[in-house]
Design a protein around this ligand. Structure first.
Ligand code: CA
Length: 230
């Protein structure tokens, strides 16, 4: 038996807190909650949780500010719970150091899946530790700089390989356009989302059986991309 997961929820909507509490309780989770940002930050410091679920629209300080403040002293995984139509906020939160986001309304299954991914990443420390990534016939070998699909080598350009590798190292997590552009091209290219889209299109032609309905790399509209993990 493993220890229960300690979760801090910072969310001002009581019905959502109630929903989270009742859905997560059977998952062997201990639950602490706050309705505002400042006391929420203090609660994280007191409880040292395994994961933080954070709303962006809080009555006192912005959720974005909460992420920034937490990142000054803790690497605890933070999952944003966001209302629809706040893409810019979600991007800013991910770039500020949040690990993932869920758009309301979300299902319990989806939430648990994201929590598991976030916990796996935090336990691994640096996600680069795995020498290879494998999912549904797609293998990314980081050491040999090689991608295979059902055993056959996929011929990627160096840039395409870097993109696939970055997504695979963070499989299950959404990576923002800015994150990918910074990681692959460098900070001077943060605005080159069109270039990114062109390369992603080319990658999909090479690895996706049906490029218009991708099964490996999902588009998070307006935000970025996510490599799906098995
Ligand atoms: Ca709110």
């Amino acid at each position: 038996m493993s220890d229960p997961i300690k979760i801090v929820v910072i969310e001002d909507e009581v019905p959502i807190r109630r929903f989270l509490r009742s859905s997560l309780a059977p998952e062997d989770a201990v639950f602490f909650e706050e309705g505002e940002g400042e006391p929420g930050i203090r609660l994280v410091a007191q409880k040292n949780p395994d994961i933080v679920l954070l709303d962006l629209g809080l009555p006192d300080i912005d959720g974005l500010e909460v992420v920034r403040r937490l990142r000054e002293w803790t690497a605890v995984p933070v999952i944003i719970l966001s209302a629809r139509g706040q893409e810019q906020d979600k991007i800013a939160a991910l770039d500020a150091g949040a690990d993932d986001y869920l758009t309301k309304p979300f299902s319990v299954g989806e939430l648990m899946a994201r929590i598991r991914v976030a916990l796996r990443h935090s336990k691994q420390g640096q996600p680069v530790s795995e020498p290879r990534f494998e999912s549904g016939g797609l293998v990314v070998d980081f050491e040999r700089h090689l991608v295979t699909l059902d055993g056959d080598e996929v011929r990627l350009t160096p840039i395409e390989f870097k993109l696939v590798a970055e997504l695979a190292r963070h499989a299950g997590k959404v990576l923002t356009h800015t994150h990918l552009l910074r990681a692959v091209w460098g900070p001077a290219f943060e605005d080159a989302t069109h270039t990114l889209r062109v390369h992603m299109g080319s990658i999909r032609q090479k690895i996706e059986p049906e490029p218009s309905r991708p099964k490996f790399i999902r588009t998070e509209t307006g935000v970025g991309y996510r490599m799906l993990s098995e």
